[in-house]
Design a protein around this ligand. Structure first.
Ligand code: MEV
Length: 421
């Protein structure tokens, strides 16, 4: 197939070319037509159709005295159920309290081939105010909001290389565009002064935007339907959280569970999930060993389970694709149009809820019980059940000895045979 010029074709031509090449049949073309989105066609190159990811809601989570409804976009069946479950336990008492002391995004201007890096650093330090002004002049709308470039930091990278780091308050934006524009302006001025600049680019490692969230849950809230006492569950959760300091294998899985919630909210809010992911995992290994991001401990009277989490987060409520995608506007409205700081607090609260629900399930019933009842639905669809056959098949799967594709197929055949009789 000759792909040359494919990106110049308009949408019907692109689809037709794929169909003629035998890569799409008529049914698939019809699916793409039904899932065509004119905005998507403007957003990415070689656009075909919108890949739908289900969006549901966490109905109520109490964060900093606010009851939030939180849209979550995810394909994993148990994630939203777990978030609701975790939030229900956390909403008792004062709910989640967050602390977000600063919110600055970093840009790096990497200068190489320096004969004397110390002299360079001293020189740049002396001109800090002029450099900040130059950065702010490159993106004047930030200054008008009291935001913009705030300070410089320096990383001595090797004997001849220095990164000049520009720290910027991006107001309500995530900051990538702002800081990249500013970093490139500063890079240009260094080049004009004869320095060799390798690049100017934001860093997604948001160490100047670390949020902390805390919650205290009366242990009684943790008791299980199967009769395990709340205190016993709380103790086991605290123990499980310690294992994450000892085993990176466990820590990665616990953080993956946290990311189930974090990514779902970040995606629903129109923000960049990859940036958050990269930053979180760097932060989780900041002390030399990869550890769990959250921590759970019993209070001294053994009456409350205290959960804490800290992580870097740069999410915005304006800019990028946020203003373009109608679904994002809907999701912002569902959250009562939060500020960037409130959205960050929501993400932190959901992270705690997600981790709590996972740990509680792991140390009591095990994860499969809850997971599989939800996954029965996907299994039913996977084996080709029609929508009207799904509820019956789900019921049958839940009482079956095994929940796998083979069983699902056999049960579906059985349901169909009975229907035919
Ligand atoms: C599954 O998506 C997430 C969990 O594995 C998280 C965990 O183990 O903490 C349940």
């Amino acid at each position: 197939m000759n792909w040359s010029g494919f990106y110049k074709l308009d949408w019907p031509e692109r689809i037709e070319k794929l169909r003629v090449a035998g890569l799409l049949d008529d049914q698939q073309v019809a699916y793409m037509q039904a899932h065509y989105d004119a905005i998507g066609d403007q957003q990415v190159e070689n656009y075909l159709y919108n890949f739908g990811v289900p969006t549901g809601i966490l109905t109520d989570i109490l964060i900093d005295g606010h009851h939030y409804t939180v849209p979550m976009t995810t394909e994993e069946p148990s994630v939203i159920a777990a978030a609701n479950n975790g939030a229900r336990m956390m909403n008792t008492g004062t709910g989640v309290q967050t602390n977000f002391p600063e919110r600055l995004v970093r840009g790096q201007i990497v200068v190489t081939d320096l004969e004397n890096p110390t002299v360079f650093i001293d020189d740049v330090k002396e001109q800090t105010q002029a450099i900040l002004k130059l950065a702010n002049d490159a993106y004047p709308s930030m200054l008008a909001r009291g935001a913009g470039a705030k300070k410089l930091e320096f990383e001595s990278l090797d004997a001849t290389t220095v990164a000049v780091d520009l720290l910027v308050d991006p107001s309500e934006a995530m900051g990538a565009n702002v800081v990249n524009t500013m970093a490139e302006a500063v890079a240009k001025s260094f080049s004009q002064r004869g320095y060799h600049v390798l690049m100017g680019i934001l860093s997604n490692y948001a160490t100047e935007a670390v949020i902390s969230a805390k919650v205290a849950i009366p242990v009684d809230q943790l008791k299980t339907k199967q009769g395990q006492a709340g205190l016993s569950v709380a103790k086991a959760i605290a123990q499980a959280s310690q294992i994450e300091n000892l085993s990176p294998y466990r820590a990665v899985t616990a953080n993956k569970g946290i990311m189930n919630g974090v990514e779902a909210v970040v995606l629903a809010s129109g923000n960049d999930t990859r940036a958050i992911n990269a930053s979180m995992h760097a932060y989780a290994s900041a002390h030399g060993q990869y550890r769990g991001l959250a921590n759970w401990q019993l209070d001294s009277e053994n009456t409350q389970l205290i959960g804490q989490i800290s992580f870097p987060i740069m999410v915005g409520v304006v800019g990028g694709s946020i203003g373009i995608v109608p679904a994002v506007k809907i999701n912002q409205a569902l959250m009562d149009n939060p500020t960037a700081k409130q959205l960050s607090a929501i993400v932190a609260g959901v992270a705690l809820a997600q981790n709590l629900a996972a740990l509680r399930a792991l140390v009591s019933t095990g994860i499969q019980a809850g997971h599989m009842s939800l996954q029965a639905k996907s299994l039913a669809l996977q084996v080709g059940a029609e929508l009207d056959e799904v509820p019956k098949l789900v019921d049958a799967l839940q009482t079956a000895d095994q929940m796998n594709q083979q069983t699902a197929k056999a049960l579906l055949d059985q349901i169909r045979n009975e229907k035919d009789k």
